[in-house]
Design a protein around this ligand. Structure first.
Ligand SMILES: Nc1ncnc2c1ncn2[C@@H]1O[C@H](COP(=O)(O)OP(=O)(O)O)[C@@H](O)[C@H]1O
Ligand SMILES: [Mg+2]
Length: 233
C-alpha cells in the first residue's frame, strides 16, 4: 500500500535520510524503531510531503505521492497523528473531530463520529470543551480520533504514548489493538518495544537515516543484542 523506496532527504545541506526503504501493506501494523535523532520523524514528514525528497520515490497504492503538496497527500489517504499531537487548541473537541473528517471512499473500516466516540468514551464526554482544556491523554485520543475520521488508508502515529501516564498509555495501546482488529493499516513509531512486539506485524530499526534491520516480532524479541545495540533497552 505505502512504499518508500530509496528516499534521500535533507534539512538544508545536511542529509538526514539515506536510501530509506519502507513498506506497509493493507491491514498491517508496521513500526519504525530507533533512538532519538535517527530520522523516524523525518521519514514521516517526508511521507507527508512536509520535507521534500531529494531522490527516491514514495507511492500509495501504486501512485506516486512524493511530488504532491501535503494536503493532497493527506487526501490521498494518509492520516497523521504527529509528534506532539497538535490538536486545534481553540476549537471545541467536536470541531476538532469534524474539521478534517471525510466519508470513506473505499471499502476500509469506515470510521464515523459514533465509532470514534465508542473507541474513546472519554473524548465523548468532552465534546463541548476547547481542545486545550483536555488532559494530555485526552488530547492524544482526540488527535487519533481526528485522524481516523479522515478515513485514511494508512494511519501514522509518531510517538503517540510519549509523555503520558502509564494508565493512559494502556488506553492508547488498547486503541491500537482495536485498529489492527478493524483492519486499519498503521505505521507506528514508539519507544515501547515490548508493547509493539505484541502488536505489530513487521518492525524496522532506523539508525542514522537508514533501515539497518527489518523483521517480525518473534525475530525482534529473540535478538537481545539487537535491542541493546540499536534501541538501548
Ligand atoms: N527542522 C530540522 N532542521 C534541521 N535538522 C533537523 C530538523 N528536524 C530534525 N533534524 C535533525 O534530523 C535528525 C533526525 O531527526 P528526527 O527525524 O526528528 O529523529 P527521530 O524522530 O528519530 O528522533 C536529527 O539529527 C535532528 O537533529
Ligand atoms: Mg521523532
Amino acid at each position: 500500500m505505502l512504499e518508500v523506496r530509496r528516499v534521500n532527504a535533507f534539512y538544508g545541506d545536511s542529509q538526514v535520510l539515506f536510501d530509506m526503504n519502507l513498506a506497509v501493506s493493507s491491514g498491517e501494523v508496521v513500526t519504525l524503531l530507533g533512538r532519538n535523532g535517527m530520522g523516524k520523524t523525518t521519514t514521516v514528514r517526508t511521507i507527508m510531503g512536509i520535507v521534500r525528497t531529494r531522490s527516491g520515490t514514495i507511492t500509495l497504492n501504486g501512485t506516486r505521492i512524493d511530488h504532491l503538496p501535503s494536503h493532497a497527500i493527506a487526501r490521498a489517504g494518509i492520516g497523521l497523528v504527529p509528534e506532539g499531537r497538535q490538536i486545534f487548541p481553540n476549537l471545541s473537541v467536536r470541531e476538532n473531530l469534524i474539521a478534517t473528517a471525510r466519508t470513506p471512499s473505499r471499502g476500509g473500516p469506515g470510521w464515523t463520529f459514533e465509532r470514534v466516540i465508542e473507541l474513546f468514551p472519554a473524548v465523548g464526554t468532552r465534546l463541548a470543551s476547547a481542545g486545550n482544556q483536555l488532559s494530555g491523554g485526552e488530547q492524544q485520543m482526540l488527535a487519533i480520533g481526528r485522524a481516523l475520521l479522515t478515513n485514511p488508508l494508512l494511519m501514522i502515529l509518531d510517538e503517540a504514548t510519549e509523555g503520558l501516564a502509564p494508565l493512559v498509555r494502556q488506553e492508547i495501546w488498547a486503541c491500537l489493538g482495536s485498529l489492527k482488529k478493524a483492519g486499519q493499516a498503521v505505521l507506528v513509531i514508539d519507544k515501547n518495544v515490548e508493547m509493539l512486539a505484541g502488536l505489530a506485524d513487521l518492525h524496522h530499526i532506523v539508525e542514522k537515516g537508514r533501515v539497518v534491520w527489518k523483521g517480525t516480532s518473534a525475530e525482534l524479541r529473540a535478538d537481545r543484542s539487537l535491542q541493546l545495540r540499536y534501541l538501548g533497552v
